[in-house]
Each structure stands twice: as C-alpha cells, then as structure tokens.
Design a protein around this ligand. Sequence first.
Ligand SMILES: [Zn+2]
Length: 153
Amino acid sequence: MMKHPGRTIKRRQHSSALLSKKTIQKFITIKTGFRETVVINKQFLPNTRYQEMGLGTLIRDPSDTMESNCPFHPNCFEGLASGTAIEIGYYTKAINLPADHPAWEKKANYIAQGVYQMMLAQSHDRIIIGEGVMKQTQLLPKIKQNIKALLNG
Ligand SMILES: [Zn+2]
C-alpha cells in the first residue's frame, strides 16, 4: 500500500492509470499555495515531501503591478501564481475571472516558468499539474505554449 507524503495531493489522483509505465513523475498542485511531489517507479520519493520549488523566483511580467502573495519574495511562484495570489491581485477568486481575462496569460506564463525550472532540475517522464487554479481549462494550453517557447530559447 502506497502512502502519500504530501498535504494537498489527494489519494484519488494516484490511481493506477496515473502511476502507469512512466518511471519518473512529478505531481504539482496549485491551490492557495503550491505543492509538489515526485513518484519514481510508483514509489513516492521521500525527500520530496518538503520541496519548496514554489519559492523559486520568476521573471515578473513588466505590466504586472499586483502585490505578491508571499511576504518574503516579491516574485516567487506562490506569490505570483497561486490561487491566493490571483485573489489578492484581482480582488476575486480565480473561479470568478472570465476565461478570456488577461490575468490568465500572465498566470500561464508564471506557471510555465515554474514548471520549466523543475524540468531543468529533474528529468521527469511526466509532469501532472492539477487542482485549484488548474481547474481553469484555458490555462493548460497556454502553459504548454509558454513552456515550449522557453525550451526553444
Ligand atoms: Zn515566496
């Protein structure tokens, strides 16, 4: 029986379908904060329980004047891209922003920067991003587009 070390990634996400043939997988949740864990050969990597990639520095969009959600970092992932960051920056919950709101372009860029940094740090076979902010279906294609641009330099 596999036990999950993370706080926010729910057990239901780790069905046998998700933990398939891919050997190194990263699970990321973006809700009020940012959580991540790594699964290698269907086993959770123990020391990923307290990874803090959410504190990684991002390049802020020059037109983005919103306050960071993080009291310590003006440009960290959690401070710019979490659900709480959206709520503080736009005075409403992410679910209330329309799909074509300009905020999503900025958030997709921020999330892509964070995922890109993780891709450079570890060679994952698959990265799964979910929950909270990621329920906005318009985000994933934009994130993929931004990651592709970052990878191509
Ligand atoms: Zn921070």
